[in-house]
Every structure is written in structure tokens, then in C-alpha cells.
Design a protein around this ligand. Sequence first.
Ligand SMILES: [Zn+2]
Length: 293
Amino acid sequence: MKKCKTLLGKLLKKSRRRPKLDDPASTPRSEKPVPHGPVEPQDKCLLIAKLPKELRLLIYEAVLVEQDRPMHIVPHDDSSGRVGHKRCTDRASEAPVWQHQCYGRWAEPGIGIVHLPFPPSDDQLLSLPLTCRLMYLDALGILYDRTEFSFKGARGIIALNSQIPIQNWHLMRRLHISTMFLTPTTYWSWRENMPPESPGKWLTACEALHNLHHLRSLSLDLILRDTFHREDPEAIDNASWIYVLGPLKDIEAVHYLIELNFIPPEPVLRTLTPYSFCLTQRLRPYKRSAFCV
Ligand SMILES: [Zn+2]
């Protein structure tokens, strides 16, 4: 078996694998923390013995955190449900974030992006946290607290939620989600690979986001387009608008912004009221070479 070198793969080895959220046959996950065992004081390590914790945390932050580069969560295309991570290298792109090259290598022109089974990452992110259990616990808290996690649709959210310990899931503070829906959403319920988003997976992913109660920022760039009349906002049926935005309306975040290609019609907004997000409109250039749909 090929050795998994990704951050999340290694973290997975540290905890018992949890069932997938969207697997109806799976047992409910435990809310109890994954046991870590006793944490040794590590008195013989000069770094730990001589430096107060406040200074050590600053070192961890300097090593692990890159404020201007989100960490993409990249689902593997090997039917395993696993995910990898990749720091963004496509920040200059004006296209929707889900079209970043960061999410995979280019396949044949017009076919789109294929996610790598093991996305390359040479950031050595785990070198420091894996030094000892004490550093692991302290540094991981910094990593989850200060990093912006960037998801390409519901699939990445569900995969990460199912694979990391639940206490780590609750450490996340900054999230970005980017995806596209073709409407009516019921036409696309069979989709497994996104975008276009799978409506069923979208509900499951939003359920996972509802469990996050300490988000400092949550931002989304969403595209809604009618399947046959892509440029006509009035062709989008109200039920699809509500299907997409309804599960988002009660999520809690200090800063909560949803960017849409079209602003929903008034009847939809009245149905959603009250909602916790701010809406803005932005037409990003769509890279048809990245995804032909
Ligand atoms: Zn990127």
C-alpha cells in the first residue's frame, strides 16, 4: 500500500477512523474527545524547559500559519473518501476558488481537473507537531485556530469532517467554501463529483457546519445557474434558491459573507428571513477550460 504522506493522512493514524456523515448505515459519532493519553512534561527538552508557553506558541504560529494563503482541502479521486491539503498557489486568479489549479492537475483540455490521489505538499507541516505529544497538542491548536480552510464544495467538507477527530473539527475558526449549483437542483441529485454540487451532499455538509459554534469567519462564493439558460437569473427556480441558501441561514459566524453570481429574488429573501449571512453579488470569470460544464 502506498504510504500516505499528507497531513490529514497522518492525523488519521492518530485517531480511530470515524464514520462518514452521509453514510446512513454508520453509527452516530461520539462527542467524547478522542483519548490522547498522558502528556509527558518533556522537561529534558531545552526548548520546552527554557521557553515559556507563550513564546513557544509564537514559534508554532510562525512555522505553521500563513495568513495570506488558505489551506485547500482536496478530496482524493480514489473513492476512499480521504482528503489531502494544499496551500493556495493560485491567489491571483479571479475565477471561482473551486476552479483554482490548487485542487488538482490538469487533465485533457475541456475535460477538467482531476484531483490527485495524493496532492503534493512540500510544506513539511507536520515536522514540528510530530516532535512530541506536547508539541502536537499545542501546535495543532494554533494550526486549526489561525488557518483559513478552503473547501471545494460539500464533498471536501464531509470528507474532512469524517476523518479528523471531532475536537479538531471544532477548533476551526476560518472557513471558505466555493462551489456551483445547476438548477433545478433536483436534476443534479445524482452527481457524485462536484461541481455541479450534489444537492444531497450539500445538506449533509451544511449540517456539519451547523455544529461549529466558534467560527470567526465564514465566506462562500457560490454560483447558481439554470441548466439550460445559464445567463438568465430569472430562470433559476425559487425552490432551488431556498434549497441552497436555506441550510446556510442559521449558521453562526462573527463575519459571514455569501458571494453569489446573482442576487436572489425578493420572495426568496422573504422566505429565508431571518438569516445570519450578508449577501453580495460578484460575477467571477468562469474558466470553461477548467470545467466544461
Ligand atoms: Zn488556490
